[in-house]
Design a protein around this ligand. Structure first.
Ligand SMILES: [Zn+2]
Length: 412
């Protein structure tokens, strides 16, 4: 977990309007991939005018611009507070009615937490260091050790509405809290001042990272190397050859674009004893599932052979088919009436001794999938250095993956 630094510059922030400061703060948060890769959201309130500005769903914080934020009627949003429950689909429909400009970006399904907390500015991110604390067997205990009573702890919640309800209830018990840790999800911080709020995110992620470094009790979190990485030239050849095999196995469902990664951290993971088991546990935070799927395909290798990988066309095809069959079974186990299955094929393929191939429907999506999985490896490494890595149960992962139809889903 590398140390974090504040990117805030008073000179750049000077003279900006409240909305411009929101854009500025969002871009600073998004500029740091250790804080947020996908999703995350930010807001600013004008209580006197009854307006909440919140980031639109599916927009990246790092590219934030004024048009990515939607203005919503704060009084209408607070009107939903007495309700007992709301699915994300119901929330999306409700939020549409709160928009002051019907043509504006669709607001995040996590908007309620921004509306209901009584603070002018709120930031929600998914920092690697925070996830490394919460994606363990003792998330509440670790968070208490790191943050004491400064941050409230919110257990896993199914919907944006439920996250907001639970957060508000925990905040009610500790009104002096500076923020919240969301189990297997991320961080929420609040304040009255943009700069202070931004810095609070940096401080919380830094503090978690520092604590993990100090309390590392396992110098080999992945159980040590069981296969040596191939020489660079051979890795490149194999990484070039495998996507063609994937394409012929997946046919029309091949996403079209892929990105190959064989950096040191990825190689450590794919060559390790625990890599196959850890990769089967699931994503670090809900939003990542839409890129990486619940689990990657970790290719099986024959370690006793001279050519340790069975990556000829038919061997690869067999492993891809086995993955797809298991995905179909997983879907049948949890699906409700009328649900349509997503592609059963892997979005990430891990190859012992070689590296990773990440697929996506366009170049940007393939790069994002690869980047998300690189951070997944980093979070797993840190979690295993202090305890062990935990993710969502198969049922929880299914509910996340099939939460909402199509485009509305990509807002976690
Ligand atoms: Zn989130």
């Amino acid at each position: 977990m590398p140390a974090m630094r504040s990117r805030w510059k008073d000179q750049e922030a000077k003279g900006k309007s409240a909305l411009d400061l929101l854009v500025y703060r969002s871009r600073l948060l998004g500029a740091d991939p250790d804080l947020v890769l996908w999703g995350g959201n930010t807001s600013s309130k004008d209580t006197a005018r009854g307006v909440l500005w919140v980031k639109g769903s599916g927009k990246l914080l790092r590219d934030a611009k004024e048009a990515d934020f939607c203005a919503l009627n704060l009084h209408k949003l607070r009107g939903a507070l007495p309700r007992r429950g709301m699915t994300d689909a119901e929330t999306a429909a409700f939020l549409k009615n709160c928009a002051l400009d019907p043509k504006a970006s669709r607001p995040s399904v996590e908007t309620f937490l921004h509306a209901w907390l009584p603070f002018r500015v709120i930031d929600h991110t998914h920092p690697d260091a925070i996830l490394a604390l919460t994606d363990t067997s003792k998330p509440r205990e670790f968070c208490r050790k790191v943050f004491g009573r400064e941050f409230v702890f919110v257990p896993v919640a199914k919907s944006g509405f439920e996250i907001a309800k639970r957060l508000l209830s925990e905040f009610g018990k500790k009104p002096g809290a500076k923020g919240a840790i969301l189990e297997k999800h991320g961080l929420v911080v609040w304040g009255e001042d943009d700069k202070a709020c931004y810095r609070r995110t940096i401080e919380a992620a830094s503090r978690a990272g520092e604590w993990i470094r100090k309390h590392c009790r396992n110098p080999k979190p992945f159980g040590g190397e069981v296969i040596r990485p191939f020489p660079k030239g051979k890795r490149k050849t194999l990484l070039r050859r495998i996507p063609a095999g994937m394409k012929s196995s997946m046919g029309r469902e091949f996403p079209g674009y892929f990105c190959c990664v064989d950096d040191k951290e990825t190689l450590e993971f794919v060559c390790s004893a625990r890599g196959p088991a850890l990769s089967g546990k699931g994503p670090t935070t809900p939003g990542h599932i839409y890129f990486t799927k619940r689990t990657p395909l970790f290719l099986k290798s024959n370690l006793s052979s001279e050519a340790p990988l069975d990556i000829n066309r038919s061997g690869l095809a067999k492993q891809i088919k086995k993955f797809a069959d298991a995905e179909k079974k997983y879907f049948r186990r949890f699906a409700g009436p009328g649900m349509r299955m997503q592609s059963p094929y892997p979005a990430v393929v891990l190859i012992p001794g070689v590296g990773m191939i990440a697929a996506g429907k366009n170049r940007r999506a393939a790069l994002m999938t690869a980047e998300i999985y690189r951070h997944t490896i980093r979070v797993m490494r840190a979690a295993c250095s202090i305890d062990d890595y935990r993710s969502f149960s198969p049922r929880q992962a299914f509910e996340i993956e099939y939460w909402l139809p199509g485009q509305v889903r990509q807002s976690a």
